[in-house]
Every structure is written in structure tokens, then in C-alpha cells.
Design a protein around this ligand. Structure first.
Ligand code: R7I
Ligand code: MG
Ligand code: MG
Length: 315
């Protein structure tokens, strides 16, 4: 059986590894990735450096630190924490980037979620960073989890689709922590639970599509053209779920496949990594990934430590 703390470590390292693997090919199509790299199964040096993560991991760390500090999700402290860790070279979305800079200058976290897009951002910036909430709130009722997710992302993501994507990602991570025997994970049951959690039409439709993709064994390439793989939460979150439900037995492969779907690759990889790590813990992570994760402040060793402290929190 996988130890509780190790699931937290696996989920945060999984986020980080998916992010690092996917970052150099963000925006490539699946075909372009296979033509240029075959499978992305190793870290590729990029302008950011080798083994360096992006905003997805940086915001995940900021959120985890805030939960550790407050013992729960406190929206004001989360906003402060994101702003504190923000570094412009980490590939942030431009809306998010402007918001984080304004928060740094003292903007009100209750207003910033609509400051760039009138209805809020429909992108996946809420979902990409939400694993710590999924982990800590795993035993909470759906409404409580939804509230915690909202509080964790409201400073940047208030669009119903941005929120629903984050809630689904958090639920997926939380559900994975409860699968005691990884051989007994049932993708159909998993999708049914998520269908009931979803509140927007677009996510309900995409989860139904995932059921059909599984049922009819629709190949990945065709599945991606049904789901989309872009920066919208409604595209990338279902893609991450697809990699998980199809490849969960082989955690390494699940992340490689998620990145290979193309599109918002660092984020799809990160979200699949968070889900898969919550299921398998961290023991499966190959040395050539583990050893090469950046390891300065808030790098690999700090992430492991933060995950351990997060696992002690009860809400
Ligand atoms: O959601 P967010 O943090 O971006 C996350 C993505 C991930 O792929 C990361 O890896 C990183 O690359 O960025 O940042 P936002 O700025 O909220 O959203 C990202 C982009 O989605 C924006 O820059 C817009 O191009 C687009 N977008 C929208 N466009 C039009 N109308 C998001 N919401 C809207 C919208 O309402
Ligand atoms: Mg990124
Ligand atoms: Mg991305």
C-alpha cells in the first residue's frame, strides 16, 4: 500500500516532472512533437535551462506554502503567496502575469480575477496549480472542496469554466489518494464521479466524450481532436484525464503520453503527473528525471519537504 505522505510527494513531484517535460514543446502539435523528438521521455534543454519548471509548478508550490501557513485555504494569503513567488521567466499566461504584478503592488485579490478578462480567465491556470487543495481536501464534501478551490484561485480565475476545470482536477487528485490498491482503479467509476462533480455543460459533455473514447477504444490522436488540447481548462483538463485513465498502470508512460498529446503540454503533463503521483506515490520516478529536477530554492528537495508538511494538515 502507498503511504499517505508519499502520495503527496508523488503528486507534487509528478506535477513538476510533467511541467518540465512538457515545457520545451508547449504549443507543438502531437505530430510536431513526434517528428522533432519522438516521445518526450527525457528532459529537453530549453532557453529556461535544463530541468527547470514553469508557472504550473511555481504556483503549485506557492499554494502549498499558503495552505501550510494558514492550515486551510485562505484566499488573501494564497494571492500574496502567488505574487511572492512569481518570476517573469517562468512562462506565465499574460493575464495571470499582469494580475500577479498588480497583486504585488497591493491590488485587491477580490477584484483582480476580472481585471484582464471581463468574465474571468477560462484558461487552465487554476487547474494546473490546484493539486495541493485536492490532496488536503480529499475527504471533504463536493461543496466544501469547490469552495476551497474557488478561494485558492479567485485572484486569477473566476470564469465558470476555469473554476470547474480546477474543481475537477482537484477532485481527480483527491480521488486518486483514496485508491488503496492501484490495480483496482476503475476509470469508469472515476469518470462517473467526476461527471457528477462537474457543473458546466462543457465539462459534462467532455466527460461523456471521455467515456465514449474509452468505450469505443478511440485512438489518442482522434480523441485529442474531439477534446482539444489548448490552454482552455475545458480542453486541457479532459486531456490530462485521458492520459490518466488510459495509462495509469504505467505512471512514467502516462506523463509521457500526456505531453505527447501536444498543445498545452507542460500543463497537461503537470495535471496528469499530479493525478498519477497521488495514485502511485513517488517510488516509480526514474532517476534520470528525479536527479535532474532543478534543486535550488523551491526546487526538488524543497518540494519534497513541502509535500511532507502538507500531508500533516487536516482540514
Ligand atoms: O490561466 P493562466 O494562468 O495560463 C496558464 C497557462 C498554462 O499553459 C501555463 O503553462 C502557462 O503557459 O499559461 O493565464 P491567463 O492569462 O489567465 O490565461 C492564459 C491565456 O488564455 C491568456 O493569455 C489568453 O490568451 C487566454 N484567455 C483568454 N482569452 C480570451 N478571453 C484566457 N481567458 C480568456 C478570455 O476570457
Ligand atoms: Mg507553464
Ligand atoms: Mg502550459
Amino acid at each position: 500500500m502507498i503511504d499517505h505522505k508519499d502520495r503527496f510527494i508523488g503528486s507534487l513531484l509528478g506535477t513538476c516532472i510533467g511541467d518540465i517535460l512538457g515545457a520545451p514543446v508547449e504549443g507543438y502539435s502531437g505530430d510536431e512533437i513526434s517528428a522533432s523528438f519522438g516521445q518526450v521521455d527525457r528532459f529537453i534543454p530549453s532557453s529556461r535551462g535544463y530541468g527547470c519548471y514553469t508557472d504550473d509548478t511555481q504556483m503549485t508550490i506557492a499554494l502549498a506554502l499558503s495552505i501550510i501557513r494558514c492550515g486551510e485555504v485562505d484566499p488573501e494569503d494564497c494571492a500574496r503567496s502567488y505574487a511572492q513567488l512569481y518570476e517573469s521567466g517562468r512562462g506565465y499566461g499574460w493575464g495571470a502575469s499582469l494580475i500577479l504584478k498588480s497583486l504585488k503592488k497591493g491590488a485587491d485579490y477580490r477584484q483582480t480575477g476580472r481585471s484582464q478578462f471581463r468574465q474571468g480567465s477560462f484558461a487552465n491556470g487554476g487547474a494546473m496549480r490546484i493539486a495541493p487543495v485536492g490532496l488536503v481536501y480529499r475527504d471533504k464534501e463536493d461543496n466544501d472542496l469547490r469552495r476551497a478551490v474557488y478561494n485558492a484561485i479567485m485572484c486569477t480565475h473566476v470564469h465558470p469554466e476555469g473554476i470547474d476545470g480546477a474543481v475537477l482536477q482537484a477532485s481527480a487528485v483527491g480521488l486518486m489518494t483514496k485508491i488503496e490498491d492501484k490495480h483496482r482503479f476503475d476509470p469508469e467509476v472515476f469518470l462517473k464521479v467526476l461527471f457528477n462533480v462537474a457543473q458546466t455543460e462543457v465539462f459534462k459533455t467532455r466527460i461523456k466524450a471521455l467515456e465514449e473514447i474509452l468505450d469505443l477504444s478511440i485512438p489518442d490522436r482522434d480523441a485529442i481532436s474531439i477534446l482539444g488540447n489548448g490552454v482552455k481548462a475545458s480542453q486541457s483538463v479532459p486531456c490530462a484525464l485521458l492520459a490518466t485513465i488510459r495509462y495509469y498502470k504505467r505512471p512514467e508512460d502516462a506523463i509521457i503520453k500526456a505531453v505527447g498529446f501536444g498543445g498545452d503540454t507542460d500543463t497537461i503533463g503537470a495535471m496528469t503527473g499530479a493525478q498519477i503521483g497521488a495514485l502511485h506515490g513517488s517510488g516509480w520516478i526514474p532517476a534520470h528525471w528525479f536527479d535532474n529536477i532543478e534543486n535550488n530554492k523551491y526546487g526538488r528537495d524543497d518540494i519534497i519537504n513541502i509535500a511532507g508538511r502538507l500531508s500533516d494538515i487536516t482540514v
